[in-house]
Design a protein around this ligand. Structure first.
Ligand SMILES: Cc1cc2nc3c(=O)[nH]c(=O)nc-3n(C[C@H](O)[C@H](O)[C@H](O)COP(=O)(O)OP(=O)(O)OC[C@H]3O[C@@H](n4cnc5c(N)ncnc54)[C@H](O)[C@@H]3O)c2cc1C
Length: 496
């Protein structure tokens, strides 16, 4: 059975060869076609910058939402709902008539044929482009120990956040059920690996949960006796903020009861705890049922596909070396932005992605305005560092802007205002402010809903394989091997 849907935009009508179980979509247009991969900071801000350009934009993303990652830890700890930090991309872009949003996991980019192939539930879609902006971000790095993720999930997606929320609140529930003091200790020990901004924010929020929010809710256990451990292989916390702010953060964490263990490298993680190696090589074990990984990132695997076709170098974190105008060597029509790039030691932060996305869009518009694509004037990317910040607890944050350093309440107010500005959508800003009021002035956490599926899904998906397609009828036929039923349609090159 073959099925084929052909979309016609503007003048031409072309059929794209479809394969079994797939639909080929060929969009052709008289206008310049810009394809954007990713709906994160780089993708969304480049699409918005192209609002008034005479182009057709197709934004393809693995998720249907734009995720504001800096506030993920507030979803995990019940302060915010996922909708507040992850509005639907097509809703955000609904008024921008030159953009089409497609759901799809991009697995192949053909730089010679200038096409992008994405997959969704076994359906392949190939989209041609004239200019391409790749903004597919990064994932968690376990430094070669990917199996740690089974028991110590990272915090990169809404799935991760909801799973971790389930683990945190579930640990208190299990402790209340238990009568064994050793088991209760394990349930009430929370370990965060990585003392960068995400780890510090996470540990601080679990401490606030244990010491403020949950104190009166349990009868058998005392949540305030929870152990919150923050581990890092480095000698200090918040290394990128310098010693002064790092020391302030350490003091604040200690005051909140967070146990900070530095120069400590995690060497193994299992279902009931983890093993840690000190700088002197000695090892010890921490029993815990709730471990969260906030150490290290790895660029999206699409960088391998792009490097394979251009010869561009990848660094240790898998980031691809780009030209100073963010284009790929030999391909001025292809831009890579955000967490995927290796350029002048730029950090993996939202502003690098936002400014990079806007730069790519502006370059495309400048080329269109002059009509010069091959000998276009060179426009190097100039990053403007707006500083960095991290919250430690309510009313306490550290902020570094140029030579200025702020901490405590002033830092927290700066953090609050800046995050409100960058949250997408007026409604989300209002509800976020309301939730912050409830959590920071009061003690409440109104987003504590947890479902069983959120907590067990990672293990179930691992068991059936990442390419399991529940809607493929063939998997229901008796005797059909799972591998055959879920075989990926060709062509596929970049793994998820
Ligand atoms: C928990 C956490 C806290 C953070 N806190 C801060 C902070 O306080 N300040 C700060 O500046 N930065 C922070 N960051 C970093 C910041 O969020 C990133 O630097 C930024 O999101 C990078 O933007 P990007 O566009 O490169 O990638 P992302 O925003 O990650 O977007 C990538 C997009 O690509 C899509 N995608 C991925 N692979 C594919 C594929 N194969 N096919 C199709 N689509 C794909 C994803 O679904 C996503 O939409 C934080 C990150 C995390 C995880």
């Amino acid at each position: 059975m073959y099925s084929c849907e052909v979309r016609v935009i503007h003048r031409e009508f072309l059929e794209w060869p479809a394969q079994e179980g797939t639909i080929g979509v060929m969009t052709t247009t008289a206008r310049h076609r810009v394809v954007i991969i990713g709906s994160g900071f780089g993708g969304l801000f480049s699409a918005r910058k192209l609002a008034k350009a005479d182009v057709d934009v197709t934004l393809i993303s693995r998720t249907g939402h734009h995720l504001f990652q800096p506030l993920l830890y507030q979803v995990t700890t019940g302060i915010l709902s996922q909708g507040e930090i992850a509005p639907a991309t097509r809703e955000v872009l609904r008024k921008q008539r030159n953009v089409r949003v497609l759901l799809g996991d991009v697995r192949d980019v053909d730089l010679t044929g200038r096409t992008v192939t994405s997959f969704e539930l076994g359906r392949a879609t190939t989209t041609p482009y004239d200019s391409l902006i790749v903004a597919a971000g990064s994932g968690q790095s376990y430094f070669g120990n990917d199996h740690f993720a089974n028991n110590a999930p990272g915090m990169k997606s809404i799935d991760d956040a909801l799973e971790i929320r389930g683990k945190i609140f579930g640990a208190f529930e299990m402790a209340e059920l238990s009568t064994d003091p050793v088991e209760i200790d394990r349930y009430l020990t929370f370990v965060v690996v990585g003392a960068g901004p995400t780890g510090v924010e996470m540990a601080g929020q679990i401490a606030e949960l244990a010491h403020r929010t949950l104190t009166k809710e349990f009868r058998a256990i005392d949540p305030s006796r929870a152990n919150i451990v923050l581990l890092d292989g480095a000698p200090g916390v918040l290394g990128a903020f310098g010693d002064h702010l790092g020391d302030k953060a350490m003091k604040r964490l200690a005051k909140m009861g967070v146990i900070v263990q530095l120069n400590s490298k995690v060497v193994n993680v299992d279902g009931s705890g983890l093993e840690v190696e000190r700088a002197d090589g000695s090892r010890y074990r921490i029993e815990s049922s709730c471990m969260i990984w906030a150490a290290g990132v790895q660029a999206n695997a699409l960088t391998k596909t792009l490097a394979g076709q251009t010869g561009a170098k990848l660094d240790r974190a898998g980031r691809i070396a780009v030209n100073d105008d963010l284009t790929l060597p030999g391909h001025p029509e292809v831009f890579v932005v955000g967490d995927m790039i290796s350029l002048d030691n730029l950090p993996g932060v939202a502003q690098v992605a936002i400014q990079g996305g806007r730069h790519a869009a502006k370059t495309i518009m400048a080329r269109l305005a002059t009509g010069r694509f091959s000998d276009t004037p060179h426009r190097p990317f100039k990053y403007f560092d707006k500083g960095s910040m991290a919250t430690i607890s309510r009313f306490s944050a550290v902020v570094s802007v140029g030579k200025l350093r702020f901490s405590g309440f002033i830092g927290w107010m700066m953090w609050l205002v800046l995050h409100l500005v960058y949250i997408i959508g007026f409604k989300n800003r209002v509800t976020t402010l309301l939730h912050w009021f409830v959590s920071f002035i009061g003690r409440g956490r109104s987003e504590r809903t947890v479902t069983e599926q959120q907590v067990v899904a990672r293990h179930a998906i691992n068991a059936v394989g990442a390419d399991f397609n529940p809607f493929d009828h063939r998997r229901l036929l008796p005797g059909t091997p799972q591998s055959a039923a879920t075989a990926k349609p060709e062509p596929v090159s970049a793994p998820r």
